[in-house]
Write a protein that binds this ligand. Sequence first.
Ligand code: ZN
Length: 527
Amino acid sequence: MAVIRAAGAGGDARAGSEAGAAAILAAGGLDTSIVEVGAASIALRPATSGWEVIAWAPMAEAVPAGIRGAASEMHDGRLLVGPADHNNALALRTLVPWLRPGLIGSGTSAGTGDRLGLATPGHVRAFRANAGIVPVLAQQSARELARTGRTFRDVLDAATFGVLASGWRDGYGADADHLKTLADVNAAIDAGFTMFTADPIDLVPDLPVDASDTVTAAAFEAVPWPALEDAPVSFEARYPDWLDLDSGPLELPRRALRAAAARFGLAVVHVATLYRHLAAARGRGSFELEVAVDEIAHPTTPVDHVYLATELSRLGVRWTGFAPRFVGRFEKGIDYLGDRGAFGADVVVHTAIARCLGPYKLSVHSGSDKFSIYDAVRAGTRGDVHLKTSGTSYLVALQTIAAVDPELMRRVWRVALEAYTTARASYHVSAALAGAPAPEALSPSGLAGLLDEPSTREILHVTYGAVIRGEQGPGSPATTAQASLGDELRSAIWQHREAYWATLAEHIGRHLRPFADASGRSFKGEP
Ligand SMILES: [Zn+2]
């Protein structure tokens, strides 16, 4: 596998020739996006409702293969103008090496989800201003796709166009987040993702740490030994009495190990199945696997973590990231709730386990807006960490809407209130509807203020499906009126994209600043 610094990473794509650049600029192309491919130049230009792909080549030369669009003649050459669709995204990724997602490797990385598909240029500005953090610019969970009616293809294609528009040549990752089924994994492979986050928590039985001996023993009886290619006797013999971690010794009491096996045995089988499927489809070493149990009810104990790492490794699973359920509460779009001292200690011990039994890096999910703990995350992980944010960029879009079109924001709020009870069911949020202000009662500044209050932020954060797609819950059909609300939202953001990107760069920048490293860090690159 090639380990490259993506910037200037060869191919024959480079900054445009003079004649090509002149033609592209005359055709309305964005100067930051111009790339020379052979004798031709390609770029993006903003149209009424989104990007268009344009390509120009001198009359005697061919326009790059694969790009489709309407042809015309200009500047002694041929101009092609095509849509920003999947075919043209695919062609661009084939032609331009730095538009292909790559492996993020160790060190600090951050994921920035984009539910509307318009955020990447704002994200790129934040990463430019905060060196040393590898960006994962294409990232969405299977759940977000189901709710927004988007696909993994849509997500990677939107990031591709955003990267080209921004002139970002330092590489980026693509994370198919919270995958629960083989069908999810296949859709992400097909779309070209390079990082896969497996979420096995639906297979984890509810076994609290303080469960009685009888309950724990019964749960241990149910461990699927044949599927784990294991037996109770070899399991018991596998573990030492304690691990010498760099955070100090960690005791491994038999009872806690049996409880861990009871909790996570089926999950290990599932993750191993997904991993082997990925390895067969993509080849070992050409993708990254994160395992996420962050959405479980109980905090992941150090012994649970040791169990997962030991058993996954025994089954040949090579994972690059682990998202435990940390102590305290990680609610969506608001700051950390809990004892920050206990959280810091939790990060230190989980990091020590990951260094001892991996190495792989810790991943902090629901990582947006947790400003009070970033210093502890950086110190505890020594910068070997992935910070995952998703919905906060959608909240910035709503903040932009509230500023430029209060009436549209009022409609968003009305739909959000109607959808909250259903939408909140699968998310960690605690906001109550009681006391939430009625849409009619809000002034323009009151509408903007919805993005400042933790409880109203949470309501807006989890109701994106109803707003974007007009869906009240998984499986229910979109209504025409609400479907048009999503289109209106995208259209308004596109009209005011400069304001959106500026606010987004500032907001995401606040997340990245505590992790920035002026010395920079190279990107692992193409798989
Ligand atoms: Zn998560």
